[in-house]
Design a protein around this ligand. Structure first.
Ligand SMILES: *Cc1c(COP(=O)(O)O)cnc(C)c1O
Length: 364
């Protein structure tokens, strides 16, 4: 069977290993597996969200409100933006896919940093676009600007904070990128971890209201990380209404399930969960920095809910990740991104204790 030739250039996205796999392959009890590989929220899901999901169980036979009025109203209030500037996706991933299909084709080019979220490339390749990358693995505005001037890409992806490295670009540099972009270049600001960056250093905070004042930029956010709803698949894009209208043409009907919608609305109304989640994170990430110093490991300064440890020979990320996996600890090996590094989602105190014990053994 022949498929579109673009497919030959696409590597299937590899998600973090599931707990079930470690249970099957290594015979470890599920409760003993520590999964620190997919940047999920370690404190779980807010009780208010669980109640909302249960309360909506008897509405599972009904399609959800396709206008997503309540969720848009909640986002509109949170960011002080008009509802006509918002589109909801099944994860912000789906908004990325809408952007690709609305804006790109086989004559297009896209620009991103050397090491960044794998889905940008996959969605762009699906529609035949050419991929350009800056030389450094961290975002450097001085590398973006000349490449933008030279190639006039159709889409520029700015992942700040960046996954899988954890670095971020200051607000002022992001604005420089947007202002330098050609009027027909769409600058995608992926703020999946923005809550963590804003809490760490206000100079890195980006405000969707400011982004949408530019006619060629879109801000993406998600409920999957700080809001603890990875399993419900809800994200959003905020941009000038002209951009939102174009993306709406790509949207399948009822793209968020009734239960996901209820969960995201409840999460938006729960004022306690995100601050609690950020407080646990702040305390625990300090332990990861201290551990790195004790062990003489280099790490990338993190603006996210994970930390990236960089290894120097003879240490090898692949064998370290394997050694951890055998002990039931799942982390993300970044070898496939060309880095001798592992990305570790900052977990609960107990999960992190296991990681530190396992990793010190692996390094010995
Ligand atoms: C997690 C993540 C997303 C979005 O995830 P969804 O669960 O699809 O909302 C987007 N961008 C980056 C960089 C991410 O890490």
């Amino acid at each position: 069977m022949n498929f579109n030739p673009e497919l030959d250039t696409i590597k299937t996205y590899e998600a973090g290993k599931p707990i079930e796999l470690v249970v099957r392959e290594f015979g470890i009890a599920p409760e003993d597996v520590v999964k620190l590989a997919s940047n999920e929220n370690p404190i779980g899901t807010s009780p208010a969200v669980k109640r909302a999901i249960i309360d909506h169980a008897d509405k599972a036979h009904l399609y959800p409100d396709d206008s997503m009025y309540e969720l848009k109203a909640a986002l509109s209030e949170r960011f002080d933006v008009g509802e006509e500037t918002i589109i909801i996706g099944a994860g912000s991933d789906q908004v990325l896919e809408f952007i690709s299909r609305a804006k790109l084709n086989e004559t297009s080019t896209v620009l991103m940093t050397q090491v960044t979220f794998a889905m940008y490339e996959i969605y762009a390749r699906q529609v035949g676009a050419e991929i350009l990358r800056t030389p450094s693995y961290e975002h450097r505005v001085e590398e973006f600007l000349p490449m933008m001037a030279k190639h006039t890409p159709d889409v520029v992806y700015v992942c700040t904070p960046n996954n899988p490295t954890g670095d971020a670009i200051p607000h002022d540099d992001v604005i420089r990128i947007i202002e330098a972009a050609d009027p027909d270049t769409l600058v995608v600001i992926d703020g999946a971890y923005m809550e963590y960056a804003a809490a760490k250093d206000p100079a890195f905070r980006l405000d969707p209201q400011e982004i949408l004042s530019y006619p060629n930029a879109i801000y993406l956010g998600t409920f999957s990380k700080a809001y603890g709803l990875g399993g419900m698949r809800v994200g959003y894009g905020i941009a000038h209404p002209d951009i939102i209208r174009a993306l709406y043409k790509m949207r399948p009907p009822f793209n968020i399930s009734t239960l996901s919608l209820a969960a995201a609305i409840a999460a938006s109304r729960d004022a306690d969960f995100v601050p609690r989640s950020l407080a646990v994170h702040r305390e625990q990430i300090g332990r990861y920095e201290a551990f790195a110093r004790e062990q003489g490991l280099r790490y990338i300064e993190s603006y996210t809910n994970f930390i990236t440890y960089l290894f120097d020979p003879p240490y090898d990320a692949t064998s370290i990740a394997d050694t951890l996996l055998r002990q039931g600890i799942i982390v993300r090996n970044l070898a496939s991104y060309g880095l001798n590094a592992i990305r570790i989602t900052v977990g609960t105190a107990r999960q992190n204790d296991r990681l530190f014990t396992g990793l010190s053994e692996a390094l010995r």
